[in-house]
Design a protein around this ligand. Structure first.
Ligand SMILES: [Zn+2]
Length: 133
C-alpha cells in the first residue's frame, strides 16, 4: 500500500505565500479566511450564511464552524467551505483566479449534487437542509 505521507524534504521546497492570494492581506490565517477577507465575506453573504460578528474573535471561529455545520444550512455551508478551499488552492497551485460568481455557482452545484446523492441513496434529509436559491 502506498504511503499517504509527503516526504518532509518535498514540503520544505513548497513556496506558499503567507499572504492572502485574493485580497493581498499580509496574513492569511483561519480568521481571515473565514471572515475578514472581503472575498470570502462576499461568498458567505451571497450563499445566505450568517456572519455574526461575535463569532470572529479568534477563539470563537471553531464555535462558528460548529454552529454552521450543525445548523439548518449545514450542507450549503460545507459546500461553501469546500469551494472556498478549492478557490484558494486554484489561485496558489493552478494560477486560476475564479470570479466570485463562479465560486457561488460551484457552491450551489456542489450543494445540489450532495442533496441528489443523499436522496438517491435513501438518506433521510430534513427539508430544513434544502435551501431554495
Ligand atoms: Zn483575503
Amino acid at each position: 500500500m502506498p504511503s499517504l505521507q509527503i516526504p518532509i524534504d518535498i514540503i520544505a521546497t513548497w513556496q506558499l505565500p503567507p499572504s492572502c492570494t485574493r485580497c493581498s492581506s499580509p496574513m492569511e490565517d483561519l480568521c481571515h479566511c473565514l471572515h475578514e477577507c472581503p472575498h470570502y465575506k462576499e461568498l458567505w453573504l451571497r450563499i445566505g450564511m450568517s456572519l455574526h460578528l461575535n463569532y470572529f474573535l479568534q477563539t470563537y471561529v471553531i464555535v462558528w464552524i460548529h454552529d454552521m455545520v450543525c445548523g439548518v444550512a449545514s450542507n450549503l455551508f460545507i459546500a461553501g467551505l469546500w469551494q472556498s478551499w478549492c478557490w484558494r488552492n486554484n489561485v496558489i497551485f493552478e494560477h486560476q483566479h475564479w470570479q466570485i460568481h463562479e465560486v457561488v455557482r460551484k457552491t450551489f452545484i456542489l450543494h445540489d449534487d450532495c442533496i441528489t446523492y443523499h436522496m438517491h441513496n435513501g438518506h433521510n434529509l430534513s427539508s430544513s437542509h434544502l435551501l431554495a436559491h
